[in-house]
Design a protein around this ligand. Sequence first.
Ligand SMILES: Cc1ncc(COP(=O)(O)O)c(C=O)c1O
Length: 466
Amino acid sequence: MDLRERLKTYGAGNAYPFHMPGHKRQKQPGSLFPYDLDITEIDGFDNLHHAEGILAEAMERAAKLWGSRKSFFLVNGSSAGLLAGIRALTKRGDKVLMARGCHRAVYHAVELCGLHPVYMQAAWVEEMQISGSIQPETVEKHLQEHPDCNLVILTSPTYEGVVSDIAEIAKIAHRYGAYLLVDEAHGAHLGFGEGFPDTAVHLGADVVVQSLHKTLPCPTQTAILHVCTEQVDVTEVGRQLSVFQTSSPSYVFMAEMDGCISLLERERESLFAAYEKRLASFYEQMEKLEHIRLCQPENSSFVFGHDRGKLLFFTGNCNLSGVELSDILRERYELEMEMSLSLHTLAMTSIFDTDEGMERLAKAMLEIDKEVMPVKQPLAKGQMVLPQMVCGMEEALQGETTEVMLQDSLGKIAADFLWAYPPGIPLVAPGERISEEVLAQAFYMQKNGVNVQCAFAKDGWIRLRF
Ligand SMILES: Cc1ncc(COP(=O)(O)O)c(C=O)c1O
């Protein structure tokens, strides 16, 4: 009996709960939550932080499905997995080589673990206005210059679905004695269908973190951490997970992760075959677009691979911004996009999309494309030169600070992150000097629909080192 069945049987039984949670498995009027299934670590239901029973079995099945050495359920998203994974693979004060485009959780790990980051940039794909893959040569060059880096961290696939050459990067990292951690938050579905790139779990990464909720049919917050190689101390990873995850994990979430794994065990071949067929038909229909473009980053020499499930529309060749396209799709067609910026609109897909949903999007795109005019929109300058690092993140965050308006911060040292959402990567990190380029990029992005925000200061302001 799987966890869902066990919860259902228990919930329908006669056992009276003199234990947490305080709702006592009773639905409040108007509630949408399945309270009858929401229990704590009672007898027979195992303990995520010391799994020996039904949860251990579910995680073993996950490890078998993905082909990892050991897999851990995450109930606080990939964010918790990244914090725990990075802490388990480093010691305080270690140097780490990380992609500048890493998610904020990686920066938080750097801050919390007192790490010294060395940043690497992805190549810029000019014609699509997106970051490309992290090139193996870039990793090698940085490790030659900083052979004392103990860990390499990168995101693959990116928000736009761009994948890096993990097999080659893993070999390089290991040659320099460093671990490789891949943030595969957007790639939990990789490795299941032939039309998708393989997962980093199979390609030599030491630790891989995936959000099940992003690209598989699983609830928000559910994710998984895979330990892939013998070199990783599995006990330490488990210990760090109990530092960063709640001590009261939701059984509803865990049952759904278990259910998602069962589904993939049973039906992945047919589900992914149908998914690939839907995507192939969609891409074929989009060949008729004249002005709006459906990006195929895999055709760029700066891109190693691409997840075709991320439908990235480029509007730089017509009189429509990505935000306007997204608004039309919402208002006229009731189609809600994942992300929209000045030149892009991103539609995310999964094995659970329907033929009808995909047809609606295809029809809408073809209709809108007929209405727009060809116009060459101004393009961004490309990848920003990294700001100068003056002191460590911890030092900048913990010292005395002052707040100024962003436009008055030129040349000053940030005591704050200046985040660009989406996808949540910093234009400037604490301890870095705010350059003309940082400000130009921030204002350009703001003007183009990106939410540029500090962690502490009010809108339009930034906290500085005093
Ligand atoms: C690249 C990347 N990594 C990690 C995360 C964090 O994932 P989660 O929301 O599952 O904590 C995100 C979320 O957007 C992301 O885009």
